[in-house]
Design a protein around this ligand. Structure first.
Ligand code: PLP
Length: 400
């Protein structure tokens, strides 16, 4: 079977909830993927930063297969020998006290919302049913009905109401709006350190630090969704470390398992987490031994291979090179570490056609927010590989 046949199968038998580039990948290794025609591509998306450790990292494959032969699922009705060590290692890495494991990122966000609300009622004294969570315009926190209910992206909401009440939307990067929106019923401020799906939007310097202070002054939980920015992507282990704005709760996912298996987690303090009592929350697969074994190794790889350091150094290098490109299509180049967005001018005709042209050059990128091309290769990438990519990107941005 060839590319066309696989595309036909998917389109005929699948829901049409995605608009993928028509490349059918059958194998991946490090930063490279191979399609069914035998072509090789440099992956510049990393599955939305889930494969920061690179495709099929040998250590992760080993952790996965070895654990799969021993034990995969007990449910949380019983204990397993991977969960405790995973929680210890994860909380130590985050310099926090406790963690709650789930599977997908959206579940992690849902978990944080539930904890924040319960904290509001039990600890802050908000009257029942009145809790409010402040979120930002242009956010992306996942696709559940509650989460899309506070999206400002029309398409994410259209046809999916009625929505969960209790969310207040303010502009991203606007500290005055945050101060103004906090009321007696505000329990939390939920925000991304850099808006990923929103187009790699970097907030003004000092935003997170000051937002944290405002939350603290008002007894409001400061919750960071680091599902995409966390675990090395922006050149620090966590994006909040760029300005020392450690949150009350951090939500992780994606690279927490290096693309092997869905693993997410909410990490916080004992005091906050203890509002949950047995039976309040759970997940059949959350914290299963296969997930924990993979995640433990994924975290070790990030640290031992110094992926945040590599992202910082090569991110700066690559951003500088990108800024030398003279193209009438480019409006702005922005980002941190290896999380880079190239925003095109409206006349460029959308980022999609650039991504299609880049694919022809052997680079896999995905447009985000219509006019932004995101560059987010696996963090194991080397300078030579970026040097291979650069002239191809330059060519497409200049000649298209
Ligand atoms: C990807 C993402 C999510 C959702 O994660 P899923 O695993 O797709 O549910 C939530 N928040 C952010 C910032 C993300 O990038």
């Amino acid at each position: 079977m060839r590319t066309r046949d696989f595309v036909e199968l998917e389109d005929r038998f699948g829901a049409h909830n995605y608009h993928p580039l028509d490349i059918v990948i059958e194998r991946g290794e490090g930063v490279w993927v191979y399609d069914v025609e035998g072509n090789r591509y440099l992956d510049f998306l990393s599955a939305y930063s889930a494969v920061n450790q690179g495709h099929c990292h040998p250590r992760l494959v080993k952790a996965l297969t070895e654990q799969a032969k021993k034990l995969t699922l007990t449910s949380r009705a019983f204990r397993n020998d991977q969960l405790g060590p995973f929680l210890k290692e994860l909380t130590e890495l985050c310099e926090m006290e406790v963690a709650l494991p789930m599977n997908t990122g959206a579940e992690g966000v849902e978990t944080a919302i539930k904890i924040a609300r319960k904290w509001g009622y039990k600890k802050k004294g908000v009257s029942d049913g009145k809790a409010e969570i402040i979120v930002c315009a242009n956010n992306f926190h996942g696709r559940t009905t509650t989460i899309v209910g506070f999206s400002t992206e029309e398409q994410y909401r259209d046809g999916f109401g009625p929505f969960t009440p209790g969310f207040v939307i303010i502009p991203y990067g606007d500290l005055e709006a945050l101060e103004r929106s906090i009321g007696p019923n505000t329990v939390a401020f939920l925000v991304e350190p850099i808006q990923g799906e929103g187009g790699v939007v970097v907030p003004p310097e000092g935003y997170l630090r000051r937002a944290k202070e405002i939350c603290k002054e008002n007894n409001v939980l400061f919750i960071l969704d680091e599902i995409q920015t966390g675990l090395g992507r922006t050149g620090k282990l966590f994006a909040y470390q760029h300005e020392d704005a450690k949150p009350d709760m951090i939500i992780l996912g994606k690279a927490l398992s290096g693309g092997m298996y869905p693993v997410s987690a909410v990490v916080s303090s004992r005091e906050i987490m203890d509002v949950l009592k047995p039976g309040d929350h759970g997940s059949t697969y959350g914290g299963n031994p296969l997930a924990c074994a993979v995640a433990r190794e994924a975290l070790r790889v990030i640290q031992e291979e110094k992926l945040p350091e590599n992202a910082l150094e090569l991110g700066n290098y690559f951003m500088e090179r990108l800024r030398t490109i003279e193209s009438k299509h480019i409006k702005e180049i922005r980002g941190k570490g290896l999380f880079i967005g190239v925003e095109l001018v409206p006349e460029a005709g959308g980022a999609r056609r650039f991504c299609e042209a880049l694919k022809e050059e052997g680079l896999l990128c995905k447009e985000t927010h219509e006019h932004v091309i995101r560059f987010a290769p696996p963090l194991v990438i080397k300078r030579e590989e970026l040097d291979w990519a650069f002239p191809r990107i330059e060519k497409v941005l200049k000649e298209l």
